[in-house]
Each structure stands twice: as structure tokens, then as C-alpha cells.
Design a protein around this ligand. Structure first.
Ligand code: ZN
Length: 176
């Protein structure tokens, strides 16, 4: 059985720290942490998670887009662990869409993000990867990447008028 880790919430100072690069990509503790992150995101209907959210302040995130009750229109992909990720290029085009966060329960916000990004990271085998991400997957990456720099989506909303509760968000989506 893979561990499901407790997710820390806004107010915990670890979420505001700049996470440390992973110095040793072959550290034997990494596969277990990666599997635990994937299992933790899946168990909470999340589509991504960053290591600082489980109180491990390392530059490691997981993008795991799939349709869930929280994100019914998300595209399906294999959960992908990205170690020491970097954004190497950003589209000029910025789009606003709703985001939530396992560390900020009960709140959704309209967040502007680059529509496309080019990213570089080491995969769980330690191989350097370079990839273009677009739309929802690019949004997930940018959201999780912010966690590595001590930011949450609330820091990116343009107006507090663009924050809603989960309950109102669900009403809005079901009415649309
Ligand atoms: Zn988050």
C-alpha cells in the first residue's frame, strides 16, 4: 500500500517557503515520496500536487490531470513527477480560469496563467525532459510550480471579487 500523506493548509509556514532543489536524483527515498504524492492527489480528487503541500520542502511536483468531481473536464494523462522543474518559455497569451487547491479548501479563484509554457525537468528516472504544455495541463503546472516558490493561487487572483466558495462554484458550474 502506498502512503497517503496529510496535506498541510494555508497558514502553515512551510507553504510560504522557497523549496530546496533535489540535489541527489537517485536518493532512495524519492520513489516512495513520488508514489505517495500521486496517491495523495488521487485520493483527494486533485489533478496535481507539490511536495511542499505534504510538508516536504523540495522542488518536486506531480501533474496528474484526469476528470474528477473537482475538475470534471480535465484531460486524462499518466501522473507525471517533475523534479527540479523550470519554465523555459511562456506564451504571451494569458487566460483566466478557475482554480482550487488542496491546501486552500473551500475556495475557488479566477487565476490568470500563460496558455502555453515550455518546461524542463528531471523525470523519476533522472532523465532530463523538455516538454510543451498547453491549456489545463499548463495551468496545473504553473499552479504547482508556484508552490515551490512559496506562492498559492490566492496571490495571483486579480481581485478578491474573483474568489468564490466551493459551494457557490459548484452552483455556478451546474447552472452553466
Ligand atoms: Zn495548490
Amino acid at each position: 500500500m502506498t502512503d497517503i500523506l496529510p496535506v498541510i493548509q494555508l497558514g502553515n509556514p512551510i507553504l510560504r517557503q522557497t523549496a530546496e532543489p533535489i540535489a541527489d536524483l537517485s536518493d532512495e527515498l524519492l520513489p516512495k515520496l513520488i508514489d505517495a504524492l500521486i496517491a495523495t492527489a488521487a485520493s483527494s480528487n486533485g489533478v496535481g500536487i507539490a511536495a511542499p503541500q505534504v510538508a516536504r520542502s523540495y522542488r518536486l511536483l506531480v501533474v496528474a490531470s484526469r476528470p474528477t468531481p473537482r475538475y470534471p473536464h480535465a484531460p486524462n494523462m499518466e501522473p507525471t513527477a517533475m523534479l527540479n522543474p523550470k519554465i523555459v518559455a511562456r506564451s504571451a497569451e494569458v487566460v483566466k480560469d478557475w482554480e482550487g487547491c488542496l491546501s486552500v479548501p473551500g475556495i475557488r479563484g479566477l487565476v490568470p496563467r500563460h496558455r502555453a509554457i515550455e518546461v524542463e525537468y528531471s523525470d523519476r528516472q533522472g532523465q532530463l525532459q523538455r516538454q510543451e504544455l498547453t491549456d489545463f495541463v499548463a495551468r496545473i503546472f504553473q499552479h504547482e510550480y508556484d508552490h515551490l516558490d512559496g506562492m498559492v493561487f490566492l496571490d495571483r487572483v486579480e481581485s478578491t471579487q474573483e474568489l468564490v466558495t466551493e459551494q457557490e462554484y459548484q452552483k455556478m458550474m451546474n447552472g452553466a
